[in-house]
Design a protein around this ligand. Structure first.
Ligand code: IMP
Ligand code: MG
Length: 178
């Protein structure tokens, strides 16, 4: 029996969508030298594919935060494991995240970064599960809305597994409902 229920988003669909998002970013951030902040580790493939499609001047930095244990639901508690290398005051910042689920992680992160007085903060997320939102978050650039299912691949994990799959798949419930 397969560990996956099915492929939800193919590599080709991801590629088409990131091309469109990069075009929007090229328009919106021309001449602004935005700082893209990749949230480790889930956003790594999305971050890399998206930024290679940019045709504007841009910089990158990374943060690692933890809101999860090894389960499939958010603990609602956010901890900074690795902070940014540089100051962001006066910068146009774009947070790049893999998934907006309850919204807790990004709402909290945006608040934390806002206190550092950037010129602007936008959120760019590969996936969103609108049905699960508990804290409202404005997603400025979104790849795909997905149903309330646990998905893995293209950077997303279940207990650190499945990140290196090239596409986004629905994880079979038998894997985590034991
Ligand atoms: P939130 O704080 O509930 O919005 O949680 C966001 C984080 O939960 C994301 O950065 C993901 O790492 C993780 N997450 C939520 N749903 C999934 C999923 O379906 N697959 C893998 N990770 C998920
Ligand atoms: Mg994550």
């Amino acid at each position: 029996m397969s560990e996956f229920e099915r492929v939800l988003i193919s590599k080709e669909e991801i590629d088409r969508r990131t091309t469109a998002l990069a075009e929007e970013l090229n328009r919106d951030y021309a001449g602004k030298n935005p700082l893209f902040i990749g949230i480790l580790k889930g956003s790594i493939f999305f971050f890399s594919d998206l930024l290679q499609k940019l045709q504007i001047e841009a910089e990158m930095d990374f943060m690692a935060i933890s809101s999860y244990g090894a389960g499939t639901t958010s603990s609602g508690y956010v901890r900074i494991i690795k902070d940014l290398d540089r100051h962001i005051d006066g910068r146009h910042v774009v947070i790049v995240e893999d998934m907006v689920d309850s919204g807790t992680t990004l709402a909290h992160l945006k608040e934390v970064l806002a206190t550092r007085e950037p010129a602007s903060i936008a959120i760019c997320a590969l996936l969103s599960k609108p049905e699960r939102r508990r804290t409202p978050v404005d997603i400025d650039y979104l790849g795909f809305e997905v149903p309330d299912e646990f998905v893995v691949g293209y950077g997303l994990d279940y207990a650190e597994k499945y990140r290196v799959l090239p596409d986004v798949r629905i994880l079979d419930r038998s894997v985590y409902e034991k």
